[in-house]
Design a protein around this ligand. Structure first.
Ligand SMILES: C[S@@+](CC[C@H](N)C(=O)[O-])C[C@H]1O[C@@H](n2cnc3c(N)ncnc32)[C@H](O)[C@@H]1O
Length: 331
């Protein structure tokens, strides 16, 4: 077992992840909590292969996806119980700077650690949705959110996704809630609602992830192996221009729909990031091998693994088609 952190990873976010998931956060190995998985009728046909993107890899992914982490704004505590509904002095900028962007989707979230990190590290992202097929992995994620709320009730609360309003006590909501849970960030003032939602189910199904949600998504992370390309590519085609995708699979090689992909490959360095973030990106937060592959730190390979970043742009001439994928696959 080895620990694998990096400088660009704010320690306060790491501390919160450890409070939620335990000290093994950021560990390399194949005996992690998420490796244990149930087999049943629902999961029988899916690939339940497991591995985690580590906090350092997630920090890099956030840069690649154009989501700018603001570590200094993620610190706790930010609100004390005595303050009631008042914002902490100095925290008002959180409200002012929160963008109205669509949800950040973590498809195949495992135990939800990546989704929680995104939520904690990116105050400007108002809605993160993590979806996991395996009930046991989802349960670990839900338990982690409970632990976080127990430790920081002044900063977070849990609500049922099934309940539209946030005024019911958590225990009432939880009793009718088996398959989803919502963490609400109380650190913002009342005008801003920041939520992290864990859903248990198959993200290929409309009832689990709606087309409307895909249409409005600001960014998508998908770290899946052996998923039917036809099914997920059909879903991805609903993305709007500007949506970024970070994927373990390279759709330039696997595109199988007759219609061209809306997505275009975004090589490392072509991220139009502010200079300051590019420097972080090129420093300790990034590593690549001699082939120039864009590597991210993961739990199953201490050398890192290549991920691919794409941006949707329906106005641009297609660059990924079934024909280009067939040629790329033969290279
Ligand atoms: C390689 S793990 C990645 C976990 C997480 N993204 C991380 O980095 O820690 C992929 C996860 O996707 C889940 N999965 C596979 N197919 C899925 C589907 N159709 N819908 C939802 N989850 C799925 C698997 O059960 C597995 O937990």
């Amino acid at each position: 077992m080895d620990f694998y952190f990096c400088q660009a990873q704010p320690t306060d976010v790491l501390d919160l992840l450890k409070e939620a998931y335990g000290e093994l956060v950021g560990t390399i190995g194949n005996q992690l909590k998420g490796h244990m998985v149930e087999c049943n009728r629902r999961t029988a046909t899916a690939s339940l292969a497991y591995g985690e993107m580590l906090p350092c890899g997630v920090a890099k992914a956030l840069h690649r996806l154009g989501v700018l982490p603001a570590p200094s704004r993620a610190s706790l505590p930010t609100k004390s119980p005595e303050m009631g509904d008042q914002c902490t002095t100095g925290h008002e900028h959180l409200e002012c700077s929160v963008s109205q962007g669509g949800p950040f989707l973590e498809l195949g979230m495992g135990i939800g650690m990546v989704a929680l990190q995104i939520f904690l590290q990116c105050p400007d992202v108002t809605h993160v949705i993590g979806i996991e097929l395996s009930q046991s992995r989802f349960d670990i994620g839900r338990a982690a959110l409970h632990r976080l709320v127990e430790r920081h009730p002044e900063n977070f609360q849990l609500r049922s996704a099934a309940v539209a309003s946030f005024d019911q006590p958590a225990d009432i909501c939880e009793s009718s809630l088996l398959d989803s849970v919502v963490l609400q960030d109380l650190r913002c003032c009342s005008k801003v609602s920041r939520t992290l939602e864990f859903r248990q189910g198959d993200f290929l199904e409309e009832s689990v992830l709606s087309t409307e949600e895909i249409k409005s998504a600001a960014a998508v992370m998908m770290q899946l192996v052996q998923l039917d390309p036809f099914l997920y590519q059909q879903r991805l085609q609903h993305a709007h221009t500007g949506c970024r995708l970070l994927s373990l699979g390279d759709i330039r090689r696997t595109w199988c729909l007759n219609e061209p992909s809306l997505f275009h490959y975004l090589p490392a360095g072509a991220n139009d990031l502010p200079q300051q973030l590019q420097e972080i990106d090129n420093d300790s937060n990034s590593f690549s091998n001699s082939n120039g592959q864009d590597l991210f730190s993961v739990s199953w390979n201490e050398k890192g693994v290549e991920f691919f970043v794409f941006v949707a742009d329906s106005d641009r001439k297609a660059t990924i088609t079934k024909a280009t994928a067939a040629s790329a696959a033969h290279l």
